[in-house]
Design a protein around this ligand. Structure first.
Ligand code: ADP
Ligand code: MG
Length: 236
């Protein structure tokens, strides 16, 4: 059975794309048939950080009804399958986010894990990924605005019939881990399923267009993401 996880946040820039790409890569490396779909159709970044920005067909065309999903599916790191979105404004305008439901119908037959990189905010294109997932994972930074926006996304998820598995706290100062975990669980009311430290190799890896878990496998952020992936995959 496929497991569909949407990686969401509320606030922009918390690390959703970084987490999606690296979690997907790790699940693939663990031998799981995994697909990552970039549902951030307005501000698509998955293709950019994987060096797939020039692919001929993207999720935009699929959501516009002019291509099928297999044409927009590419091989990424460690065998991860990637469905990037396009970066043109016109492509975004022609894409119908509701069609994500049909795309999912196709993908669930083929994969064990489907990760959906969601947009920030609470627009229509952001709501569909929250509703279609088996579980939503919130990526939150240890600052008030990020926590408040994540709470809003949690409530929205429940309103549209989705379920939040928990949150990943990203860009944490390692000395403050205990305090921030307790605070987050209290305010958000969901378990903390992972803590990723602030790690300058994250940006370096993304400039090199290689996931940090491959480029710097022993870096603190990589180790944290590997732990989360192993938990999701149910391996030691
Ligand atoms: P989002 O998809 O939520 O907008 P991104 O994944 O694009 O966020 O990350 C935003 C920025 O933060 C990127 O420049 C990324 O390299 C950086 N970043 C993400 N996680 C970390 C981390 N743990 N340590 C340092 N920088 C990070
Ligand atoms: Mg993003």
């Amino acid at each position: 059975m496929v497991k569909v996880y949407t990686i969401a946040s509320g606030k922009g820039g918390t690390g959703k794309t970084t987490v999606s790409v690296n979690l997907g890569t790790m699940l693939a490396q663990l031998g799981k048939e995994t697909c990552l779909m970039d549902a951030d159709i307005g501000m698509a970044n998955v293709g950019l950080i994987l060096g797939m920005q020039d692919v001929p067909v993207t999720l935009h065309e699929v959501l516009a009804g002019t291509a099928v999903v297999s044409d927009a599916t590419y091989s990424g790191p460690a065998g991860l399958k990637v469905i990037p979105s396009g970066i043109s404004l016109q492509g975004f305008q022609q894409a119908d986010p509701e069609k994500i439901r049909d795309v999912m119908g196709e993908l669930v037959k083929k994969f064990e894990f489907l990760l959906i990189d969601a947009p920030a905010g609470i627009s229509r294109d952001g709501v569909v990924p929250l509703a279609v997932a088996d579980e939503v994972i919130l990526v939150v930074n240890p600052e008030l605005s990020s926590i408040v926006d994540a709470l809003k996304t949690k409530i929205l998820t429940e309103v549209v019939g989705g379920h939040v598995l928990g949150c990943i706290i990203n860009r944490v100062d390692q000395e403050k881990t205990d305090v921030i975990t307790k605070k987050m669980e209290k305010v958000l009311g969901v378990p903390v399923i992972g803590i990723i430290p602030e790690d300058s190799n994250t940006r370096r890896a993304s400039s090199a267009k290689v996931p940090i878990v491959i480029k710097y496998p022993s870096s603190p952020a990589s180790l944290a993401i590997k732990r989360i992936a192993a938990d999701l995959a149910g391996v030691e």
